[in-house]
Write a protein that binds this ligand. Structure first.
Ligand SMILES: [Zn+2]
Length: 486
């Protein structure tokens, strides 16, 4: 994610609504399943920053989203089919769903009872689900998705599902996937997605992965997108509206699908070519540096996205095609494309390790700046170092934020971006270019499509460099304060 505007103070959102619904009581079908052997899955996956994000007891294998969006009413209606693998004997399990109403739930084709409380959708199947087995949960739901505004996470922009004049713009990091589809909303449970979305004829719906089909019937058009490689829930997107699309292939051979809101082309007529060319250049550069591009397509979705008339500040590395809420500079595009390796393909198992996304993407965009003729990465990180006072300026924490555990409300603090990029650059200077680039390539290759921790990264750095890096990492990743330049 990248923010290009200073943080603004926004009003606190209304308290989350709480809805409780009960479907008809389950019959006593599976009497052979002793209730004592089956227990409810936990309502969270155990992430200290977000205790209710994700859920325990199962591992999603595939998401099938079938959505319909009506811009005239902002209403989203859908059916989500979740194929999951039970990791315990389950009497009940939760999904995350915020501010939208479930109308029916089935498990393995049989009607299940369900209740909604806060962001939890509790599902009780007719009989217990055995550990090791695969089950299919189908949820029908709908409503007007609610944009997250005034979150305690210092981020500076509304996020999630944003209603635009011609449709919608979706950027859900870290916890807004559940504002538009029921899910196991935590990055530790990645799965492939098929996203089918129906919109009024004349509009387009762009999503992750490759476009499988587009059909118009009865005044509506249905698009089917397939994201074959596993994806974290926050990286899913659907962007609806009028689009100009350009499909091409990068010089390095990666398909490149770029969609730009025609409204942006009025003031920047070359925006479609600009996004296409810059995305191609970044995709090929990072492929040469970090290893083969991990997804079936690269691309960009550039929308004229606003909240209550105010332009949004952010871009997000939604998988295979980042979303941009306006025309952005080449540095931002390079940043979001670097995330395809670091963040999207290799994803932190817990949010405290967000530096594994942002510091790597920021180091990459510094490298990009140097390649474009700007200051060297060496000089860029020293400018940041010198510009930041310590103790921190009032209400501007930086050095007091711990890179490898920045705390929830400051997880997008610049320390995690420029401060972590500084750590990577100091590491590069300490171990040399050969070991540093081998480390980044091996890091991606070893963990492609998986989840990772900071400790795995530091262990690999020590192994590849054959240096005792413990004091270095202890100082720069885990200890707050402005340490002397190494
Ligand atoms: Zn980022």
């Amino acid at each position: 994610m990248a923010l290009c505007r200073p943080a603004r103070t926004l009003p606190i959102a209304a308290a989350a609504i709480s809805v409780v619904l009960f479907a008809p009581a389950a019959s006593a079908g599976g009497s052979h399943d002793s209730a004592a052997l089956f227990t409810p899955g936990t309502p969270g996956v155990g992430d200290p920053y977000f205790p209710l994000e994700g859920n325990g007891g199962y591992d999603v294998q595939h998401y099938g989203l079938d959505l319909a969006y009506a811009p005239a009413t902002d209403r989203l209606d859908g059916t989500v089919v979740i194929t999951a693998h039970a990791t315990q004997n389950l009497s009940r399990f939760d999904l995350d769903l915020q501010n939208l109403k479930a109308s029916s739930v089935t498990v393995n084709g049989r009607r299940a009872s369900f209740a909604q409380s806060g962001q939890e959708l509790q599902v009780t199947p007719r009989s217990g689900l055995r550990k090791g087995g695969v089950f299919i949960a189908t949820v029908r739901y709908g409503g007007v998705p609610k944009t997250i505004v005034g979150s305690p996470i210092v981020f500076g922009s509304p996020y999630g599902f944003l209603h635009t004049p011609d449709g919608a713009f979706v950027g859900a990091e870290p916890n807004a996937a559940s504002t538009w589809y029921p899910s196991n909303d935590h990055p530790s449970d990645k799965a492939p997605f098929t996203i089918r979305i129906t919109v009024p004829e004349g509009l387009g719906a762009i999503s992750n992965g490759v476009l499988l089909s587009e059909r118009t019937k009865g005044g509506k058009t249905t698009f089917v997108w397939d994201q074959r490689q596993p994806m974290a829930t926050y990286l899913a997107t659907v962007d609806i509206g009028k689009w100009q699309v350009k499909q091409s292939t990068t010089p390095g051979g990666v398909p490149n699908y770029v969609a730009v809101d025609p409204g942006l082309l009025e003031s920047q007529p070359d925006a479609l070519d600009f996004f296409t060319d810059t995305t191609a250049q970044a995709t090929d550069l990072w492929s040469s540096l970090y290893g083969k591009y991990p997804f079936d397509t690269a691309g960009a979705i550039a929308d004229d996205a606003r909240y209550e008339g105010q332009p949004l500040g952010f871009s997000l590395e939604t998988q295979s095609k980042p979303v941009y809420s306006a025309v952005r500079d080449t540095t931002t595009i390079a940043h979001e494309m670097a995330h395809q390796w670091f963040g999207d393909s290799v994803t932190p198992a817990q949010w405290k390790d967000i530096w594994l996304n942002e510091s790597f993407a920021t180091w990459s965009h510094y490298y990009w700046n140097e390649r474009q003729g700007g200051a060297s990465v060496h000089d860029q990180v020293r400018s940041v170092y010198n510009a930041r006072p310590f103790p921190d300026a009032a209400n501007r924490p930086y050095w007091s934020v711990v890179v490898a555990d920045p705390q929830r409300d400051t997880m997008f603090n610049d320390r995690v971006y420029s401060g972590g990029a500084m750590v990577l650059q100091f590491l590069r200077e300490k171990i040399g270019d050969e070991a540093f680039f081998e480390l980044l390539r091996t890091w991606h290759a070893d963990h492609e499509y998986g989840n990772v921790t900071t400790e795995q990264f530091t262990a690999l750095a020590k192994k590849i460099s054959r240096q005792d890096l413990d004091p270095f990492f202890q100082t720069w990743l885990y200890t707050p304060g402005k340490h002397p330049l190494p």
